[in-house]
Design a protein around this ligand. Structure first.
Ligand code: G1P
Length: 319
């Protein structure tokens, strides 16, 4: 492998969030609005992801955007007119909520002109990221606030160098929806299969990866969920990558090359905490309901309404 001169000990400071997708599964809602701006209770989905990055200390955030994504830039920018109006009304709670968004991270944007796949989107980050390891967070996956997944992945990168992916066990009939990993124990030094001590998720070594394997052919039921810490060597591989699954440049294929060659290890953190999928309508609705139930301000009333609603539904005559 012709690796670039990278710095294995460099700390991770940058997060890359690809948001160029068309959001076709939510049309017509996403005709003029980015799908990442759809509200999950009262925050757009993308805000949860940026908060997760900022909470893990990654305050330099690069969004890989496309057409129709202006609202994403605006959301994380100052809105002086709105702030003045809220201040004039003395609505400090909402004013704080609006200002907090702007202060979360230093936001940068680059356009992915053509929809050539996740691997191509990540490659668009190259000149901003440079020769440093970096995080990638996919916007369809929301990780439960306070789960500490990204923080643990950053510790794994610091300890082992190379790249790190988040894995989750899924039902065998769902492996075709994900990148799937073949794994082995992570070696003497680290925690091994099974729930590790100190509340950490288990660590494994990834030895192979397949993007969206056909039903019945997955190497395991460990699915890649949308969190990665990537060594910058991945850019070299993405530059040379041929189109893979769906005719797109796949990040999974570049990571597979690293995992198989063994020169730059790929580790997997087997996440056992809470992940919410906002990528399709049904799972988006479940996410909104679950997070609304947990909110101290809305939850108690909402839960009791929901209980009554479900009970009434069950008792309703079949029409
Ligand atoms: C992408 C990746 C896939 C990963 C998934 C996680 O697929 O290509 O490897 O498992 O995200 O959400 P997408 O869901 O964008 O098709």
């Amino acid at each position: 492998m012709n690796a670039s001169t990278h710095t294995p000990t460099a700390t991770v400071t940058k997060a890359v969030i690809p948001v160029a997708g068309l959001g076709t599964r939510f049309l017509p809602a996403t005709k003029a609005t980015p799908k990442e701006m759809l509200p999950v209770v009262d925050k757009p989905a993308i805000q949860y992801v940026v908060e997760e990055a900022a909470n893990a200390g990654l305050e330099d955030v690069l969004m890989i955007t496309g057409r129709n994504k202006r609202a994403l830039e605006d959301h994380f920018d100052d809105n002086a007119e709105l702030e003045q109006a809220l201040a004039a009304k003395g609505d400090t709670a909402r004013l704080d909520a609006v200002r907090r968004v702007t202060g979360l991270a230093r936001m940068h944007h680059v356009r992915q002109g053509r929809p050539l796949g996740l691997g191509h989107a990540v490659l668009c980050a190259r000149s901003h990221v440079g020769d440093e390891p970096f995080a990638v967070l996919l916007g369809d996956d929301l990780i439960g606030p306070g789960e500490g997944l990204l923080e643990q992945m950053l510790r794994v990168r610091a300890a082992y160098s190379g790249s790190v992916v988040a894995l989750m066990e899924v039902e065998p009939d769902r492996t075709h929806l994900y990148g799937c990993a073949a794994v082995e124990r992570a070696g003497e030094a680290g925690p091994v299969d099974g729930r590790a001590h100190d509340g950490e998720d288990a660590l494994v070594r990834v030895i192979d990866l397949v993007e969206k394997p056909a039903q019945g052919t997955a190497p395991s039921n460990y699915a890649v969920i949308g969190r990665y810490i990537l060594d910058p060597v991945v850019f070299d591989l993405l530059e040379k990558a041929e189109p893979g699954h769906g005719g797109e440049i796949q990040l999974t294929d570049a990571l597979r090359e690293l995992a198989v060659s063994g020169d730059h290890p790929v580790h997997g953190v087997v996440f056992s905490g809470r992940r919410f999928d906002t990528g399709d309508r049904a799972s988006y609705l479940r996410t909104v309901i679950e997070l609304a139930c947990e909110r101290p301000d809305l939850g108690p009333d909402f839960r009791s309404w929901l209980t009554d609603f479900v009970r009434a539904g069950h008792e309703a005559p079949v029409r």
